[in-house]
Design a protein around this ligand. Sequence first.
Ligand code: IVH
Length: 673
Amino acid sequence: MGDRQLAKQEIERLSLELERHNRLYYEEAQPEISDREFDDQLRKLRDLEIRFPEFASPNSPTQRVGGAPLEGFTQVEHPVRMMSLDNTYSEQELIDFYKRLQKQLDTEDIPVVIEPKIDGVAVSIVYENRALKYAATRGDGQTGDIITHNMRTIRRLPLTLPEAAPASLFEVRGEVFMPNAGFAKLNEEREDIGDPPFANPRNATAGSLKQLDPKITAKRPLDLIVHGFGKLEGFAFESQNELYDLLRNCGLPAAPKIWNATNLEETLAAVREIDHHRHELPYETDGAVIKVNSIASQRQLGVTSKAPRWAIAFKFEAEQAESQVHSIDIQVGRTGALTPVANLEPVFVSGSTVSRATLHNQEEIERKDIRVGDFVMIEKAGEIIPAVVRVLTEKRTGNEVPFVMPDNCPACDTAVTHQAGEVKVFCPNPVCPEKVRRQLRHYASRGAMDIEGLGSVMVDQLVDSGLARDIPDLYRLQFDDVLKLERMGQKSVEKLLTGIDASKSRPAWRFLFGIGILHVGSTSAQSLMAHFRSIEALANATVEELEEVDDVGTIVARAICNFFDAPVNQNRMAQLRELGLPFESQLPDPSEGGAETSTALADTTWVITGTLSEPRDVFADRIRAAGGKVTGSVSAKTSYLLAGEKAGSKLAKAEKLGVKVVSEEELGTMIGD
Ligand code: IVH
């Protein structure tokens, strides 16, 4: 067999294997291989595709992490028009809908299915010969934008369908959304690096699907639920329930729970139950969708010009609460960005008491015309982040005071600056105590330099005592000086100094992320170090050279240049170099093949349980680095259970199955730590 033939076979094998692991990971939460092994196989596949582009399929797993960016969107006409749903806002309206069904179908009890209405973006996904052909947005219902490149990044979307699936054109309909937890984390990261946050998960989803560069979309935590079909030939099913079974059998992500009701009473009960529990769902829902179960009845009922007569949306009341703005504080972020935050009369909304809400910036305050003393409606974006929705202007007394951002930093009184392209104002003082406090907290945080012993309380003490006025000061701390601080024992000082010293051997990208350049998050820090290999080279790069790096756009590139151009930063970086911080990337050059891995735990499968001395992730990383696999639950395939204190059911199961139980120390010995 020739080289080409072998390559073709290997590409096919790797593609199938990677998609299988993808399913194990995302659908079954039972990964068989480590993330690292997955990445290694993916890299192998990518290398082969580069060498033999004629065998590279657009549905290759390599495309999930983001293929080439598009120049613009192409439109497609939907095979079947995408309709919308009529809305009802009260139980009476829902009862009226049911009565219409009774009349038209001439029966008393009509079986229906009820499911949460997902507040996301509607999509049409088309398979042909069981392979993903394209995916498109709803658009005007007739024509939508093709967004296949972005949809492929959603791991739960199968790129090929199993034998059970229709081979003819199969158009699936569903909703792309961003789970609340992922949304909150994304916004937190964005605010942290000075990027504007999204207003809610739906906006974040729409924004992510509109990207031309799928590498950006790949980093957004998007998910998918399918709930219907458009075009489908030669496949008969009798009910909505059977459709969901078909979707599930095709490996498509149908809703995990659907309510069934056989009469009006049960329908109302199901809607009430969904409303009652909606805040527990992992995604935002703005209502329930009620659909007639029988497909024959659906046909009989037909459609109006814009919506089916066999389905309706019951809209829940947005969970909002009234509060009052008592005052507006200014927070100084680590980039120096000043953020106005409203202090509110405490109110209970979506499961917890809210007393503060970020107002983002002056523009936002003006747009909503929020004044101190105003009564306002509060809502939680993505069920988590408190936000002021609107002002109750009818409640104004005339004593409300408009708010203007201060001209000086509230922490150090330095005149604020406006930066080109930024809606926020900044404190430019490099030694502003508030800014330094935040910078140090970020620098020491787990995602950055991960310095043990340097939590926020310790940072506060160091800053307040004047022992740390900047990052380099950390590396010059003297044992006796720290010991003199209040409530400080020998042990904590030792721990702190050891932790700080250990940070010198962190990877260079962590250091780069840690020093806190505006708009540079941990992923861009990794891309930047992989590309430039040294901070020196990065510091000397031009805007154009920086823009060559994945996920570095003009704004980020400019921010990097501004950072390294500033004399204070040049001085700070020179000190840090002198102090022995990592300025060179030690990771193998990605273009030079795979990384060396230890094999001490090769072919072993691990489960971690109980309370350990460090977060479980840390141990999982160690096990993987030594070639072991880490899975979520104990089974006959588990080789070892790493058990900490208070281990419960997993320990019991391991003992029952005769799985070897090891302690932290024993693991250390096994991997030669
Ligand atoms: S069924 C003919 N089920 O809501 C449309 N739609 O406001 C039948 N939506 O366009 C749609 N969750 O994009 C259905 N569980 C669900 C849904 C759902 C969200 C969206 C859908 C539709 C829009 C109508």
